[in-house]
Structure formats: structure tokens, C-alpha cells
Design a protein around this ligand. Structure first.
Ligand SMILES: [Zn+2]
Length: 219
């Protein structure tokens, strides 16, 4: 799951108390931001094992702090607390927390068994990455379905809105295309980790711009 993690963010953005779309995009990928940062620091680890799943060669053998259910809950609580401190918006903070935790459940659908409840085995993962005929439509439908839902629930407040949303849609499509059809990574090197962080940041910035140019229809 890559761009599919942004689907809960775009659905949550239709709530009147939700924070901005950019914040929600960070929430949807927060534990992957954490994972790549921790991998750069050597705190968590993965390696490339061709064939570990049909679609994705990432052998995610050590990620107890970001991809355990408990760890995700802690990331969610900390991010929600920050939102509450800065906005005093309790419902908005709760929404952010739910979006952060949604990451673990979406990963659960697609990963090989590499997710834990609290950092140690048993490991869980339903392995949809072995079934591209199911995984690819699922990821496309939830992501672009959520984008269409967000589009329908909001109205433009700026003539730039259509450019912002087109940029976001193109970025999401390009990232997922490279992820699926680009050359597979040769090793879990720094370039791969930094590329991950840059792509999540670019998507969040585009989402932030979209959020700035649209408002809820009910508002
Ligand atoms: Zn993840």
C-alpha cells in the first residue's frame, strides 16, 4: 500500500472539524515517515529480497516502533496531542489519530506477515501484494474514489483549485506508477529511503495546496 494510505485522509477531510488536507496526508503516512527516518538512523531495518511478495521486494524484518499496532497507536497519540495543543480542536485531533492508525490496517491487507501487535512475533499480513489483480484495483479505487469524494464534498475558493487538485492527482498517479512499474530497488540504500521521504512530503505539500483552495460545501 502506497498512495492508498492517503484515502482515509481524503475521506476524513470531509468532516467539518477535520484539520487541513496537508495535515491529514502527513497523518496517513506518518508511520512510514517514521519508518524511513528510523531506517536511515539504523533504528529499524529492511532489506531487498526479490520475490518476498510478487509486487514488492521489501523484506520488512525489523520495524517494531512504527509498524506494530501499539507503536502506531503511540505515533497517533503524539500527533493528535500536537494537533490539540496547537488548535485546541479535540475532534480534529481525534480524527488525525484515527487516520494515523488506519495506516497499520491498510498495511495489514497487503504486507507479507511482517506487522506485529506490540513489536515481537506473531507477525501479521494478509499478503495482497502477492495478488496484483486484486491489490492494484483496490489501491486505485480507494485512492481516486476518496479524491472524488473529497472533490464532491468541497467547493473551490480559488481559481487555482483545479490546478492544485490536478497536481495532486498526477503526483499520486506518477508515484504509484513508479512504485509498481519502475525498476525494482537493488538494495535498501540511502537513496531509496530518502526518495520515500521526498515522495511523501511532495504528496503532503500538494494536498496542503488543495486544502488551501477548497472549503466544505456545508461550511
Ligand atoms: Zn507502512
Amino acid at each position: 500500500m502506497f498512495i492508498g494510505h492517503f484515502a482515509p485522509a481524503m475521506v476524513a477531510a470531509a468532516h467539518p472539524k477535520a484539520p487541513g488536507l496537508g495535515t491529514l496526508f502527513v497523518a496517513g503516512q506518518l508511520v512510514d515517515f517514521g519508518f524511513f527516518a528510523f531506517a536511515i538512523a539504523g533504528i529499524e531495518n529492511f532489506r531487498i529480497t526479490p520475490g518476498i511478495t510478487k509486487m514488492v521486494p521489501l523484506d520488512l524484518y525489523h520495524m517494531p516502533y512504527t509498524h506494530s499496532l501499539l507503536g502506531s497507536g503511540i505515533w497517533a497519540a503524539v500527533f493528535a496531542l500536537l494537533i490539540w495543543i496547537f488548535t485546541k480542536n479535540r475532534t480534529g485531533a481525534l480524527i488525525v489519530g484515527v487516520v494515523v492508525v488506519s495506516h497499520w490496517f491498510l498495511d495489514l491487507l497487503v504486507h507479507a506477515p511482517d506487522l506485529t501487535l506490540a513489536g515481537s512475533p506473531p507477525k501479521f499480513g494478509f499478503g495482497l501484494w502477492n495478488y496484483p489483480a486484486a491489490e492494484m484495483p483496490l489501491e486505485i479505487i480507494i485512492t481516486f474514489g476518496a479524491l472524488a469524494f473529497f472533490w464532491m464534498k468541497t467547493r473551490s475558493t480559488s481559481p487555482k483549485s483545479k490546478y492544485a487538485i490536478a497536481l495532486l492527482a498526477v503526483l499520486l498517479a506518477v508515484f504509484q506508477t513508479i512504485n509498481w512499474f519502475g525498476p525494482p530497488p537493488e538494495s535498501a540504500n540511502l537513496e531509496l529511503k530518502v526518495t520515500g521521504l521526498i515522495s511523501f512530503t511532495a504528496a503532503a505539500l500538494a494536498a496542503w495546496w488543495v486544502g488551501r483552495t477548497r472549503t466544505l460545501k456545508t461550511a
